[in-house]
Design a protein around this ligand. Structure first.
Ligand SMILES: Cc1ncc(COP(=O)(O)O)c(C=O)c1O
Length: 411
């Protein structure tokens, strides 16, 4: 882990990305450490969405499909995301929820590997990913789902498999899976590699094409700050997209949607991964949020992220020693994504007590306190302060108050 002898104020003063925080609207008195779940509101979004509503929709009405190019919005927003993935322009499309995008790519990948009706994944994968593959199995009863466990060599479980489907950064622990090695293992076994990048994009310096991904999807509302329910992105390797037949073929993924022909003919490239009418308001919000990335180096973001997560671990372990917290995230910088997780048997009330003090992280059953650090707006002073407040809560035992022990709800 990298240790810094500098004070938090010095780190903030030396931070080349510090001014990006001004582009976000964050409430006074809140230390927001949940940008890995729902990113903060970029200042420009309100104006942009209002403009789209008032002018484009309200005044120009249906003419805006052409005049404001709503038609190409899924690809234009995709082009803003492409550099964050390490892929080319025209290779990413944006729309629908991550779960739906995963269904599309998973089924497409299986179709490209006929006779290999096996999907390999992890039991600890994000639940929606597991539900989607189980749902696919309802349609394809011959489909076999196998589980790989990270302590084992993937090659044995990959024998005869059509798809390896993994999440790159574990949502509970923040552990990074080795995309290059695992994709290579999938390819060596004749399978394709499908990656969920929800906890990676916008915080890790990704090079997914070089690292062997075949398909990738991920959320628009986490580190990309597109807002609640922002649409997800889909990337398909250019080598495969032309042969991909996605199962939710819809009219806006057709080569000539306005020919209104009864026969489906997929659009030539990634556009075929569009199903129906795009979510124009949500896409506008995500598009605006992504303007913040213009001129920002993702490598610099990753460096800041690593420094911030390392500092939080160091501060918490120093301030909260003997208080029952155990680090659940990797200590090695290169294995840790943008979040830090600790386990504690009373994790739920402790997180509620933290939130009541203005430190917003989240709790994941059964016992995980999760803290996400979005380098675009989190300051080093906030990291030190959050660790101090956590220590106060633990040492005073204030978390034992009945108001913090309520029934668990979504945070
Ligand atoms: C790894 C991962 N995949 C998928 C999802 C679900 O995405 P959606 O609700 O957009 O379908 C999440 C949500 O947090 C996630 O963390």
């Amino acid at each position: 882990m990298t240790h810094s002898l500098l004070t938090a104020d010095e780190l903030d003063a030396n931070d080349a990305l510090a001014s990006l925080r001004d582009q976000f609207s964050l409430p006074e008195g809140v230390i927001y450490l949940d940008g890995n779940s729902l990113g903060a509101l970029p200042r420009g979004v309100e104006r942009r969405v209002e403009r789209v509503i008032r002018q484009q929709w309200g005044e120009r009405l249906i003419r805006s499909w052409n005049e404001s190019d709503w038609y190409d919005l899924p690809l234009r927003v995709g082009n803003r995301i492409a550099p964050l993935l390490g892929v080319g322009a025209g290779e990413v499309v944006v729309g629908d929820s991550t779960s739906v995008s995963l269904f599309r790519v998973l089924a497409s990948a299986l179709q490209l590997r006929p006779g290999r009706n096996v999907v390999v994944t992890e039991r600890n994968n994000f639940p929606t990913d597991l539900y989607i593959v189980e749902g696919l199995k309802q349609l394809l009863p011959d489909l076999e789902i196998r589980y790989w466990d990270e302590s084992t060599d993937p090659s044995s479980v990959l024998q005869g498999a059509g798809v390896l489907m993994l999440t790159h950064v574990d949502y509970r622990t923040g552990r990074i899976r080795d995309m290059r090695t695992l994709s290579a293992a999938a390819h060596a076994a004749g399978a394709l590699a499908v990656w969920d990048l929800s906890h990676s994009t916008g915080v890790l310096d990704l090079t997914i094409a070089d690292d062997g991904a075949d398909f990738a999807i991920g959320c628009g509302y986490k580190y990309l700050n597109g807002g609640p329910g922002a649409p997800s992105y889909t990337w398909v390797s250019p080598a495969l997209v032309g042969a991909s037949q996605q199962p939710l073929a819809g009219w806006l993924g057709h080569a000539r949607p306005f020919a209104f022909t009864p026969d489906y003919e997929p659009a030539p490239g990634i556009r075929r991964f569009i199903t129906g009418t795009q979510q124009v308001l949500s896409l506008a919000s995500l598009d605006e949020a992504l303007t913040i990335w213009e001129g920002v180096s993702i490598a610099a973001v990753r460096r800041k992220s690593t420094a911030q997560t390392a500092r939080f671990i160091e501060r918490v372990e120093a301030a909260c020693a003997g208080q029952g917290l155990t680090l659940a995230s990797p200590r090695e910088d290169q294995l840790r994504g943008g979040q830090v997780s600790f386990t504690h048997e009373n994790g739920y009330p402790i997180m509620q007590a933290l939130i009541s003090r203005g430190v917003i992280g989240d709790f994941r059953a059964p016992n995980i306190l999760r803290f996400g650090f979005s380098p675009l707006y989190v300051r080093f002073v906030e990291i030190d302060r959050a660790a101090e407040i956590l220590a106060e809560i633990l040492t005073t035992g204030v978390w034992r108050r009945p108001e913090f022990a309520q029934a668990q709800t979504v945070t």
